[in-house]
Structures are given as C-alpha cells and as structure tokens.
Design a protein around this ligand. Structure first.
Ligand code: CP
Length: 318
C-alpha cells in the first residue's frame, strides 16, 4: 500500500511543528494522501493498527479533532477509548501525570491529549511510555490541524513553496495560527497576517511574517485565505470593542475574498462563527475548502497514528 520510502518517525511523540523538519511534514502529508483512499473507499478498514490501543484524553471540548482521531483509529482496526476530563477521575482532582500513568499502565500505545494549558502534552510525554499526540495545548500549538491544512493546500496547489498565505483574525490566542506559521514557513510559504492590533503577538513582524492592520492589505493576491475563529473563551475583556465591529473590520465576505487570486483557497479550522470571521455566503462558496479540511483531518490523523506506531515498542521514557 505504501511506497517503500516512507520514513520511520524519529520521535516518540508529535508535540508541535516547531520541532519537525520540512521532510517530516512532507512524509506525513504523503502518507495522508494514501490514507485518503481508505476514507473514500467502500471498505474503510485496514490492519495498520491491529493490536494497538489508542486513547483520547480531552480536557477541552472538541468535535472535529476528537472524532477524526477516533474514526482514524477505528478505520485502522485499533482498540480505542476516550476519556473526558468532566466524566473521569480528573474531576476528583487526579493530576495529569497520574492520569497519564494510569492510561499507560493499561497497555496504551498512543495517548491523544487536548488541554487548556500550554505544555501539558510535553509534560505527559515525559512521564509515559505511550506516544503522545498534541491535539491542542492552550495558546501554544495545534499541530494536527496545521498538518491537515497544509495537506489540503498541497493537494490543490502541489506545494506551498512561494505561495502567499493570508491568516486573518485572532493570531494572539490561536494555536492553529502558531502551528501553521511554523509548518508553512518550513515548506516555503510567504505568510501574511491581519487582525486587530491587540490580537497580534508583539514582535511577529520581526520573524519574517508580514503583519497588516487591514484585512484588505493581507488578502491582495493571496493564494490561500485562512480565517480564524474568534476565541471568546480565551479573550480577556477589551481586546476588541464588539463582535459586530470585529466582523465589520476583519470579517471576510465575498467582496474582500475577491482581493485574493481568482483560484485562492478559502480555509478555516472550524468551528466557524458564521457572520463573524466569515460571511455565510463565503463559507459555502466554491472557493471554500472547509469541508475538505474535515475529510483531510481524518487522513492526516490516520497517517500520524500509522507513523508513530510503526516505530515499535518504546523501551525508554524520554
Ligand atoms: N479545528 C478544531 O480543532 O476543531 P474542534 O475544536 O472541533 O476539534
């Protein structure tokens, strides 16, 4: 099923794109291309994870990431289980490390964790034998989202090299933006961002990223336009006046999308606040690849589970 040159993943864990090389990223994308055939087929069953045990451990809400990991595990014949913080012994005060060790001692091969604290997956990874996948940690990274975003772009455009990617919205709180900036820069994209000045990390312009104060400037001639969700749960009061005002100045509608190239891809990690980051007509337009991103999320997560579990049993804790 796979080309003979699929690389063995060097690391036990997938914690962020900051640590991955361009070669690692392309290896995951190439593997995801193959996995997508399984998702599109009438027989969504492979034996790649037969005999493996996968656990999702989510301390924050999720639809796309959690379900796609669970389906990816099932499509590849693993035993899978999920734990929500609210219905587990976490609610009784158990620490992350104790919870992780408990999951580890049951013979788990991969733990997929989402946590509101930046660095929680890294702490877990140091304390368990299982491979750990970061499914989003606070404001730090959401590497699997960025991998599926890059896979979607590579599928349509062939490569990210030289592409103009405009990321619009709450860059400051966005782990999706952070992972995409790491990953896309490594693959040679030119990245522009736009958002309210209070939602742009200070000093970003010194890292090779173009920072614009208006959405219009960022969108001109873009090959890819990515809207970000306004994260009301992570906002401190006063970072922008009102949702209505945000939408007026930074929302992407059909008129603004026309500033990008005619064949530009419109993307959003979801969930979309319709009428805030994107107008409803734009969400559903022909240039929108938001639904394709969802399918590609399953393919990328299948690829990661495959690559991490074919390393063989881990002898050492990092
Ligand atoms: N994009 C994303 O992480 O969506 P969920 O919160 O639904 O997992």
């Amino acid at each position: 099923m796979f080309r003979g040159d699929v690389m063995v993943f060097k690391s036990k864990d997938l914690l962020g794109l900051k640590e991955l090389s361009a070669e690692d990223i392309m290896n995951i994308i190439d593997t995801a291309k193959t996995m997508k055939y399984v998702i599109k087929s009438n027989n969504k069953k492979t034996a790649h994870l037969q005999g493996k045990s996968i656990v999702t451990l989510f301390y924050e809400n999720s639809t796309r990431t959690r379900l796609s990991f669970e389906l990816a595990s099932k499509y590849m014949s693993s035993s899978s289980a999920n734990i929500s913080a609210s219905s587990s012994s976490v609610a009784k005060g158990e620490t992350l490390i104790d919870t992780g060790k408990t999951i580890d001692m049951m013979g788990t091969d991969v733990i997929i964790i989402r946590h509101p604290m930046s660095g929680a997956p890294h702490l877990l990874a140091k304390n368990v034998k299982a491979s750990v996948i970061n499914a989003g940690d606070g404001m730090n990274e959401h590497p699997t989202q960025a991998l599926l975003d890059m896979f979607t772009i590579v599928e349509r455009k062939g490569s990210l090299k030289g592409l103009k990617v405009a990321i619009v919205g709450d860059i400051y709180h966005s782990r999706v933006a952070r992972s995409n900036i790491w990953g896309m820069s490594k693959l040679g994209a030119e990245i522009s961002v736009a958002g309210p000045a209070t939602l742009i990390p200070p000093g970003l312009e010194n890292t090779g990223i173009k920072v614009f104060n208006t959405v219009q400037e960022a969108l001109i001639d873009a090959d890819v336009v990515m809207g970000l969700r306004i994260q009301l749960e992570r906002q401190k009061k006063g970072l922008f006046p009102t949702i209505r005002e945000y939408s007026r100045f930074f929302g992407i509608d059909e008129k603004r999308l026309k500033l990008a190239k005619e064949d530009a891809l419109l993307m959003h990690p979801g969930p979309v606040n319709r009428g805030v980051e994107l107008s409803t007509s734009v969400v559903d337009c022909d240039q929108s690849f938001i639904n394709e991103q969802v399918t590609n999320g399953v393919a990328v997560r299948m690829a990661l589970l495959y690559l991490l579990t074919r390393r063989g049993p881990n002898e050492d804790i990092n």
